[in-house]
Design a protein around this ligand. Structure first.
Ligand code: PHB
Ligand code: FE
Length: 335
């Protein structure tokens, strides 16, 4: 009997003698970084080598989300060529598969890996390629440069725990409120956000059941961007608010309907067909607007100022299969 493959094994080169970065290999894909770029190389289905180049900052910001979110819901496009699709035990990694032009030219490539295997390679690459002072979760104005030769690392920033409430922020044995003392000061863009907490008057015996908190104050103290946390969870209904500034570093390809509620300021969304990339819509969301992203779209947001966005997810593990079988709709309402 063959020994089971060690899925945590990462194939990496020695650090480059001049630049200091390692190269990585996963399946037929090779990854290399230099001072400004990440280069992805693969063999096309007929065995020819092809390469694709991304700005190192954009690549690392996208890689950070894929790693931290465990490959997220459905597709995480790093750009119009490269990305991953989550099948929840395995993950597809692809180049050109969801780009109508590359697909038609037959130069695309898709490979499927056990989640543990791709996660190990992606984490090692993120850690090796992230320099001291660069935080892939921070807004560009709030972090140092990702460019240049290898300088140290920023392992604390890339291993932050994801903030996931079990019931609701601030309840007993649950995610704590953010405070100065916990190292989460109010962001420069939210200095005017009131910080008072609501009064609670539960009947005796219901102190751990009746709850409320100031969500605006909680979000004003977020240290990161484009990183939804769970603030309340009711069965599979996950409230995932987040603060946004600059560009969502991935183009998310849904496998279910997602709702957006713009809580302040504004975000502009580009929406496209998730399979071909063909543009579908521009959605300009201003404070108070709500929108739903259908399960057949991919979307990327642009937030000119730091803003607050509530993302509402249906976390049911069956939903993706129900949609594939046509038992659940791809759109939130049918007229
Ligand atoms: C999304 O893809 O729907 C998404 C991801 C991260 C965010 C906001 C929206 O911060
Ligand atoms: Fe999304």
């Amino acid at each position: 009997m063959n020994a089971p493959a060690d899925l945590s094994r990462v194939i990496a080169s020695q650090p480059d003698a001049t630049l200091g970065y390692k190269d990585f290999e996963l399946g037929a894909f090779r990854f290399r970084r230099d001072e400004y770029f990440a280069h992805i190389q693969w063999n096309t289905r007929d065995g020819r080598p092809l390469s694709h180049t991304m700005d190192a900052a954009n690549f690392l910001r996208a890689l950070m989300r894929d790693v931290a979110w465990g490959f997220f819901y459905g597709g995480v496009n790093f750009d119009h060529v490269f990305g991953t699709t989550n099948h929840y035990k395995t993950v597809d990694m692809y180049a050109g598969t969801y780009n109508a032009t590359l697909k038609a030219a037959g130069v695309d490539r898709l490979e499927n890996f056990p989640t543990e295997q791709i996660a190990a390679t992606f984490f090692a690459m993120l850690d090796d390629w992230t320099n001291e002072g660069f935080d892939p979760f921070a807004a560009p104005q709030e972090t140092g440069t990702p460019y240049g030769r290898k300088r140290g690392n920023n392992t604390p920033a890339i291993t932050r725990a994801r903030e996931l409430a079990k019931r609701c922020v601030g309840m007993k044995d649950d995610l704590a409120l953010r405070t100065d003392a916990r190292g989460t000061p109010v962001n420069r863009a939210f200095a005017d956000v009131p910080q008072e907490e609501p009064e609670l008057h539960p009947e005796p015996g219901f102190e751990d059941e009746v709850h409320a908190f100031n969500l605006f104050a909680f979000l004003s103290r977020s240290q990161v961007t484009w990183n939804p946390s769970f603030t309340s969870v009711v069965k599979y209904s996950f409230m995932c608010p987040t603060t946004e500034e600059h560009i969502l570093p991935i183009i998310h390809a849904n496998d279910r309907v997602e709702w957006f509620f713009q809580m302040c300021d504004e975000i502009h969304w580009d929406c496209a067909d998730k399979t071909t990339g063909k543009p579908l819509a521009r959605v300009i969301m201003k404070a108070g607007d709500m929108a739903a992203m259908p399960a057949y779209c991919r979307h990327q947001g642009y937030s000119p100022k730091r803003s607050m966005l509530l993302v509402w997810e249906n976390g049911s593990p069956n939903l993706v299969h129900e949609i594939q079988k046509g038992e659940a709709p791809e759109v939130p309402v049918q007229f």
